[in-house]
Ligand binder design. Sequence first.
Ligand code: 0A1
Ligand code: ZN
Length: 882
Amino acid sequence: MDKGSPKAILLKDYVAPAWWIDTVDLSFDLHEGETIVTARLGIRRNHEVPRGPLVLDGQELELLSVAVGSRPLGPDDYACTPDHLTLNDLPDDGAVVEMVTRIHPESNTALEGLYKSSGNYCTQCEAEGFRKITYFQDRPDVMATYRVRVEANRQAYPVLLSNGNLVDQGDAADGRHWALWEDPWPKPCYLFALVAGKLVHIEDRYRTRSGRDVALRIYVEPGNEDKCGHAMESLIKSMRWDEEAYGLEYDLDIFNIVAVGDFNMGAMENKSLNIFNTKYILARPDTATDTDFLGIETVVAHEYFHNWTGNRVTCRDWFQLSLKEGLTVFRDQQFSADMNSAPVKRIQDVTRLRQVQFAEDAGPTAHPVRPESYIEINNFYTPTVYEKGAEVLRMYHTLLGAAGYRRGIDLYFARHDGQAVTTDDFLAAMRDANPDRAVDWDQFRRWYAQAGTPAVSGEGTYDAPSRTYRLTLRQTLAPTPGQPDKRPMLIPVSMGLVGPDGRDLPLKLAGEDEAVTGTRVLALREAEQDFTFTGVAASPVPSLFRGFSAPVKLSFDYTDADLTFLMAHDSDPFNRWEAGQTLAARLLLGLVADRAAGHDMIVPASFVDAIGQTLSRAGEDPAFTALALTLPSENYLGQLMGVIDVDGIHAARELVRGTIGRSHRASLLATYHGNAGQGAFSVSPEAIGRRAVKNAALAYLMAAGDGEGRALALAQYRTATGMTDVIAALALIADSDMPERADALSAFAAKWRQEPLVMDKWFMIQATSARPETLAEVRALLSHPGFNIRNPNKVYALIGAFTGNAVAFHAAGGAGYEFLADRVIELNRLNPQVASRMAKAFARWRNYDAERQAAAKVALERVAHTPDLSRDVYEIVSRSLE
Ligand code: 0A1
Ligand code: ZN
């Protein structure tokens, strides 16, 4: 390691703090140019560990004074370094430590700690931002009650908010005013929040099951009041759902949400004062797409659900992050499944898991759900901790059943309410609440410890004379960084056997007395394991991992005919979709291989027919059909190849899309017109499904490459009133060389230039086009007046979307890589978290051909040698180069 390179923090080094902080009294004096923070910490020795000094974390703080009790300390009484303030010789029976610090929120571009967004003050303290506000033991196992006084100019900052209840407020000299907030629930400092600004709010009420009346408020910048209704409805649905599904009620009289335009992530669950990225609050049918509406419902629920899973019970240390995130994502997935179509939601979640988490697992930044080391914790808010973590929760649910899972959850809260705990504590609650379940918990625990995506393969043989079917399954888990050897996982295989008539056969394993009808869960525990079913009347097609019961890659020896059969008959909708995807991926990769070998690519008629079948059933379930019509993405297909053939994948996929468009023109047109806008606008699952299938049909008609699709897209773009339809059409136009392209894009920008979230879509559709001009256009857009590299949403919309562009980012020659290196270097100084998220796009560089690898390596090394590289970027880049 280089001299002076940042040090890793290790899970095995965890020790409890030498001091507890029980009470925190904060006073903020907000002035233009500086903020003075006074903190009074009520401390108490932790007698369970050896005596030691009180070591407080701090970052970019100017310490003005320190006192213990009423005794001011001189510079010899404490040690202050850039990162710590250390106090020795504190009284064993406790004390109040008072510190005054000066900070500068207006120059905080990292958006961590106290900062300004559009002139309003707000905070982001997870994971370690509180140390940029005051000296503190910035670790989640230190839980305190907070009392917060905020003072600011009344006119400029009429709204003053913090956690808990407003207990007092008043005027101060010089046109200033103040508010005093008290949060009775002990919390870790990462849940602290403060907002001061010129904001308006919408208000509603919710009465909890036990009769508590809760005031619900959503604060936004003036002018956005009319875009908060969906978020408010989502909040109320979440509160009700959590009572019904988990028996969990809200625990204060007030719940506030504030939406800010500058935010690194989606949202933050600060106790009773959630702070959101505007992207997950603001929506009106003419400004937001169906995806936005659904995203709002999910994220509002997610943050609300954290009130129990994260806040009431929190993490002992940051290695346990998935304790709250995996569980809360699983809960928001369950909620959204209940509010919408469960199979559609599951397909969308699995698509995302494969696209981003499987890719992470296969690259240099692979890590377990519970990591064992990190350099910068902000780098671990990952698809593995969140989405794979949610799959682990789903596996508890699958193995224990809904009732057993709920018993485990109830025991978890009974044991740990008010505590900071570990994923082992969670597992123990699940285990102890279900003593009669034969689950090998030590083996199950490997889901937290071993990184990588298990690969499951297998085959089946039917023996007609004995009416037995033998299913053989094998599992392997490839080495990942730091984990050369892996042990077999406990893999729940939810499955059925589909008989020749398309119905599920009764399932009876050898030695069992009674058959199960439909679906059952097998436990795959060995590297190789046989399951023998008896009394099987006819040769079946197995349906494996129904509902995607485990986060694994399956390769089973299905024939194309088996897959077509499952597409049509499987009783499990997820696996009907899955069979189609497997078939499509197989076909597409075959074409890529043909092209690479210099052969013509010929699309088999059987596949085109299968798509025709799907299309003919569009009326039964439009939303499902839209998903079934969508071919696996280029990025996902790339994951299935040893060396990614960028141009081959694109050529094959475009050929198949064009073929489908031309072959099924009539039914695509019928689907398009049959699902075009009827009645008033609604975001019901049915209405969303109709728009999705209509726009999927439009995309195929466009791919057919003649005037008809283009005319339809243009007409839709010009006449549609809902943003879903406008953007669907504009994206197709922007990805084409239609003469109307430039005018359509500039008309859109002229109409929406005052709406940042709408402009994000405009940047995104240009950045994701496969046209050869894309990189040049993205470069030019960096100087567009609507772009601002300090705003994370803009960076994600333009630069982030470009890095997800399978063709343009990876174009031969490496210009895309060079462009990204420049942006990462620029962002590194402004916002390390955002810089590091962008740098992750390099992670898969070793999966491309030699020429691309060489270009990516040059770019990565250039970033690595940047002076003053943040820990965030250093960690990602150094791991990528290892
Ligand atoms: N806990 C939040 C996500 C979050 C994490 C870190 C942040 O800043 C570094 C901000 C938000 C959630 O899961 O929603
Ligand atoms: Zn979360």
